[in-house]
Design a protein around this ligand. Structure first.
Ligand SMILES: CC(C)(COP(=O)(O)OP(=O)(O)OC[C@H]1O[C@@H](n2cnc3c(N)ncnc32)[C@H](O)[C@@H]1OP(=O)(O)O)[C@@H](O)C(=O)NCCC(=O)NCCS
Length: 208
């Protein structure tokens, strides 16, 4: 087995969770604290990286994660999925680059996770569901089957979405909500059954 190096962008909670799951022999954190949206990647480190290095983005803020994804992508850095050893990912599920799948998570048959998606601890994405780029499925969330989820959606802890629904880009589902109807994007849904609570836009505060 070839020795491999992992570079993890970030040094906060999510970065250390990724580090705890990786099989790589050497792990380096590329920033000293959770970076803000304005912080640049350390170009010198990237330029001198070993040829066998893999890159992981350990940042929970979905907008910031996307900035680093684009930057690494432009540099041609490999961003393989990070999948916990005790997650279940069906053989016919499709995982984009930079995807994170946490311990106890399930990604069922023919589910598709686009680039940069997080499916965190004990969360489930049921069969034939599509989850759009940069979306985040936080611990304990249940996403039903045959869903169409847009880009940069956020599902708060233990929320549920019933099967066959569509949620547009930038939908935020509050922790514990039960989503029973499809919804256009740009809204926060909360409660059981979930209702539109307020609009969401680019300026809305990041969720953690
Ligand atoms: C929806 C959410 C973003 C609201 O955050 P916020 O705007 O800071 O809301 P506040 O905590 O100020 O609460 C505002 C009101 O909403 C209520 N509220 C907050 N979260 C709620 C939830 N998930 N469901 C129902 N009501 C909620 C509060 O009780 C409060 O009600 P009040 O005004 O009657 O007292 C947040 O509660 C949430 O669900 N975040 C997801 C966190 C998460 O899952 N993180 C995962 C980390 S891996």
């Amino acid at each position: 087995v070839t020795a491999r190096t992992a570079f993890i962008i970030g040094n906060g909670g999510h970065a250390h969770v990724i580090a705890s799951l990786l099989p790589h022999d050497t792990i380096r954190f590329l920033v000293t604290e959770s970076p803000s949206a304005g912080e640049a990647l350390q170009d010198d480190v990237l330029a001198s990286r070993p040829g066998d290095a893999d890159f992981f983005i350990g940042i929970g803020d979905d907008a910031v994660r996307r900035r680093y994804f684009d930057r690494l992508d432009a540099l041609g850095a490999p961003m393989p999925p990070c999948v916990a050893q005790h997650a279940f990912v069906a053989g016919d599920a499709r995982l984009g680059r930079g995807v994170f799948i946490g311990p106890g998570a399930v990604v069922a048959s023919r589910a598709k996770l686009a680039d940069n998606v997080i499916v965190n601890t004990l969360a489930a994405v049921d069969h034939d569901s599509d989850v759009g780029e940069d979306s985040q499925v936080t611990p304990g969330v249940s996403l039903g089957s045959r869903l169409t989820i847009g880009r940069r959606c956020y599902f708060g802890m233990k929320s549920c979405v019933l099967p066959r629904l569509s949620l547009g880009d930038r939908t935020i589902v509050m922790a514990g909500a039960l989503v029973v109807r499809s919804s256009p994007g740009g809204v926060m849904l909360g409660g059981s059954p979930a209702r539109v609570m307020r609009p969401v836009n680019e300026a809305s505060a990041p969720l953690g």
